[in-house]
Design a binder for this molecule. Sequence first.
Ligand code: AMP
Ligand code: ZN
Length: 694
Amino acid sequence: MGDRVRLELELEQLSQQIRYHEAAYRAGVPEITDGAFDDLVDRYQELAEELGIEPSERLDVQPGQDHTAGFETVEHRVPMLSLEKLSPNRRDSGGEPMALSDQLSAWFRRRRKELEVEELPIIVEPKVDGISVSLLYADGVLRRAVTRGDGRKGDVITKQVNQLGTVPTKLKRAGKGEMEIRGELYWPLTEFARFNATLEKPLINPRNGCAGMMKRKDPEGLEKSGIRAFFYQVAWDDGAKLPPTQRETLQWLADRGAEVYLSEVFQTVSEEDALQYCEDYQARRGALNYDIDGMVIKIDDLGLYARLGATGHHPHWGIAYKFPPERKPTQLLDIEVSVGKSGKLTPVAILEPVFVSGTTVSRASLHNFVELERKDVRVGDIVLVEKAGEIIPQVVEVDTSKRKRGAKRFVAPDACPTCGTEVVSEEIFVYCPNPTCPDQVRERLRHFASRGAMDIDGMGEVLVDQVVDKIGVRSPDELFRLDVDALAALDRMGQKSAERVKAGLEAAKERGLGRVLNGLAIRHVGETMAEDLAAYFKTADALLDFAARYVAEDKDAVETVAPAKSAERGAIEGLARKSADSIFHELDSPAVRKVFSGLADVGVSLSVRAADVREVADVAGKTFVLTGTLPTLKRTEATRRIKVAGGKVSGSVSKKTDYVVAGDDPGSKHDKAQSLGVEIIDEAALLDLLGDAE
Ligand code: AMP
Ligand code: ZN
């Protein structure tokens, strides 16, 4: 497999993982830490950059959005940022992998240069894997507790924190005035195990458990959990006399009755020693009564922090060291082939259950048959398993020294294991081309009902499986025809849940064309493409007419979305010729047309939602390029607002660009715009153009 193909594959896997974890975040049941999520996003951006994928074609990710419905939100006076990471994936400007020690030296070199000093005091602390919390104390009394949220604003969890009984509601020796203290809520492992043993359905791990508990609307009983908090920072204060170093701040906090991890910190002036401490700490990790996911290396002089500053993403006073993921050997019992929603066949490793990074793993994706062949994984082999991004299990390699004689190479199937249809290959993937294949039907319906697509309240995977198996539902429109009685008769349902599902179905009818298109699981149509198609064509009729013309090779139609001159851009940003062929052929197929007419019959809205387009005269039809960090808008938000207003966002500057929106540290795009004479505007001017359009 070529390098590029491998990277593209990794990018696809990353985007699936990011989508999955975003949905989990939004649902209030995150499975990985904010940091692990940011790592996935960082790696995605890094790869996308490397592969030359334009920003407008990348995933729209808004990391760390953990707002939970029903919680009051407040803005943080000082944002709660992420931390920069030492990363095993980082490469230098020549493309060579960079050792962690070199990354750390480079980081310190920059800091010393900024500060014009020869040496910096360093403190190393454990990076506690819990939930960040910001605590406002007034005259020493706890007034408010807020989660990190998206870093700018978080959810108010004062009642919940107060109920714990472990976080001081009053600080000792407190003076007058207000101050905000930052810390990490965490669930001690022994307390977690004790609490978990009392539950019918055990929690996956202490971190998720803690996140879920702190977002309980009714705080009653939280004091029985044993959840506690470490304090480690004073974010701002009203002139309290604070000590000059981080180390002394921890002591100062301890003196006020807060819990701190003073016994675990290490002070030095040597970068090598700091890194060594991080590496050695792994051995001590298992003896702690709380989870940590790495270490934080900080400059131990708070007086320098204001001068060091921050980016919108992380402060410059510290950098995180992440522990390498745990790897465990286990036996591969079997290789199963699963059929996905678009017919893709994926080999799955069935493993002798093994405990890795906090959960028991018994299945792992083997991604595709090319990858499988490259790794030469065979049934019966001893394989090494690790969790990528701390959650998705992967087979990393085979221990061929332990291979039994006679173990056979795995051969990719030439027929679908479910329906027996002969498979087709497209690039490195293998598909079952039969749209009525039972596994595909089931996966498509699951996807259609899911949160990212039609978001049908109450219609989870278990229920979808039941309506497929017991009622015989085969296509999305049939979901809307289900009646309450039929639903109520299913396992673990009842009149009330059936009515809720029915109401969920009614509500889903109004989600609009973009969500419908995403829900149909058409190959190459993800969330962004679905919304872009909807915004451009406005109605399903217009889209299907166009698809028919495209398939009939109507020149105008083809030129509209896939101009022959490669320098020109089609009407839909990021739609390449090959995907266009595939998308419009599939849309024009009898199977998809039937689904659309079925959906129209049951009253599902097949037009773009009014809220999704609010054309603004100065923006509609114009092409924008974003560069640098904008002062207030995240790039994803700026992109969204431009698109909603009818504009386009492109990744590179050309003569066709109408505006380059430049923020801080603009890149080469700024220079190119100048040389081409393209108008350069700032965020304020962009906001003016957008008017008050949301
Ligand atoms: P990340 O989310 O991985 O970018 O890391 C930033 C988060 O790490 C902060 O929001 C804190 O909640 C958390 N954290 C845990 N331990 C520490 C520590 N010792 N110092 C600073 N931040 C910490
Ligand atoms: Zn099949």
